[in-house]
Design a protein around this ligand. Structure first.
Ligand code: V47
Length: 366
């Protein structure tokens, strides 16, 4: 085939065409390669094999209930000390009002994550879930990263299993994939030294999967990590997925340096080329994940749309209000309408499928 003539990746192409698993070394070769179209060709093949012509989106709403955070990671521009003038913590009434406001918008998911606020007890989160559930009985509540779950267990002095059980009793349906960053401790020491280890993040997701919660996984890239550390991160996720099958989707998160403590390190925003490569290589390495999601808030709607030809089958959702990436200088906006998402997908020649958190198709075609 002309596209592939002279390619140095032909052995990998052959393996992908046969549906064989790629090794760590092959993953590293892909990361080192500049053959974006060859990588994209392979990722598109896998994407099509798994998801046909569907490209998914969700009508959802994010709520970031507090930015007060005990960790204050260097990578993050969102977290604040309690005494900071920009610090905020939403009252439960305010959260309930935000949920009630969504009643007419036919959302299927509420996505709730926040900082590690020492003043908030587990009972606050249980009540939050009950009130959101009462306001929106049919939505799926996807809430609290593994980092938050670990913090609840530590502050309440109870096990992860107990935290998960109590939150599930109150209405928790699924966990998002945040807080994973890069699992390598070398990197965590540089960008999020107080955050739970990579092993702990994986342990908490494993515990969640064992209790029947489906979860997502992320990887924050484009800061101080090496290519090897990216691939090792993906392989750790692949291994856990092999054991539990509990992950729904993988979402690479492009690092935004503005207003973070890493800003002074001369780090610039990721390039479009790297964003597409990471998405496509994730599709190739994570052969046991059904879905690869491009989070348009981080890479912009235009690149998210193009990524549909590079292994991506999901462009996330309407979002409505997003504070974490926006604090770090994201300029893609905070909200897209359902019609905008449908238009993006159709213009890429794919069939728009409105899904719920668990990838049940609610409506298709449009
Ligand atoms: O946990 C923090 C990351 C995450 C920055 O599971 C940053 O479906 C870039 O996890 N630059 C929150 N990234 C977002 C997240 C997410 C988003 C959409 C969907 C899902 C899902 C998950 O954002 C944090 C952290 O890893 N983050 N600071 C920054 N400066």
């Amino acid at each position: 085939m002309t596209l592939l003539s002279g390619s140095k990746l032909l052995d990998i192409v052959e393996k992908v065409e046969k549906g064989e698993r790629l090794s760590r070394e092959e993953g590293i070769r892909l990361m080192e390669s500049n053959e974006l179209l060859t990588i994209g060709y392979m990722a598109d093949l896998v994407r099509k094999r798994k998801n046909g012509d569907y490209a998914y989106f969700i009508v959802n709403r994010h709520i970031n209930h507090t930015n007060v955070c005990a960790n204050l990671c260097k990578l993050c521009a969102f977290g604040k000390k309690a005494e900071d003038p920009e610090a905020y913590t939403m009252e439960l009434d305010e959260i309930e009002t935000k949920a009630i406001e969504c009643k007419d918008q036919k959302i299927s998911e509420v996505h709730i994550v926040g900082g590690l606020n020492p003043d908030l007890k587990l009972s606050y989160f249980e009540e939050m879930l009950r009130r959101v559930r009462r306001a929106l009985p049919n939505v799926i509540i996807q809430a609290f990263t593994a980092v938050e779950i670990d913090y609840f267990a530590e502050t309440e002095k109870i096990s992860i299993e107990e935290v998960l059980r109590r939150l599930m009793d109150a209405g928790l349906d699924s966990m998002p994939g945040g807080g994973a960053e890069i699992f390598s401790q070398r990197v965590r020491d540089k960008i999020c030294e107080k955050k739970i280890s990579g092993d702990r993040w994986l342990e908490i997701h494993e515990a969640a999967h064992k209790q029947g919660l489906r979860t997502n996984a992320t990887m924050l890239y484009g800061h101080v990590e090496t290519i090897e550390e990216r691939i090792d991160h993906l392989i750790s996720l692949r291994e856990l997925q092999e054991r539990t099958g509990g992950f729904l989707a993988f979402i690479p998160l492009a690092f935004h340096p503005l207003n973070t403590e890493l800003e002074g390190m001369n780090l610039s925003r990721t390039t479009g080329y790297d964003d597409l490569k990471v998405l496509a290589i994730a599709r190739l390495m994570l052969d046991n994940f059904d879905h690869i999601k491009a989070y348009w808030v981080m890479i912009g709607p235009k690149l998210a749309q193009v990524s549909l030809a590079f292994g991506v089958d999901d462009i996330d959702g309407t979002v409505v209000e997003e504070k974490i990436t926006n604090a770090a200088g994201a300029d893609a906006g905070q909200s897209l309408t359902k019609n905008q998402l449908i238009k993006m997908i159709k213009a890429a020649g794919r069939v728009p499928a409105e899904r719920d958190t668990l990838y049940k198709i609610l409506e298709e075609g449009f």
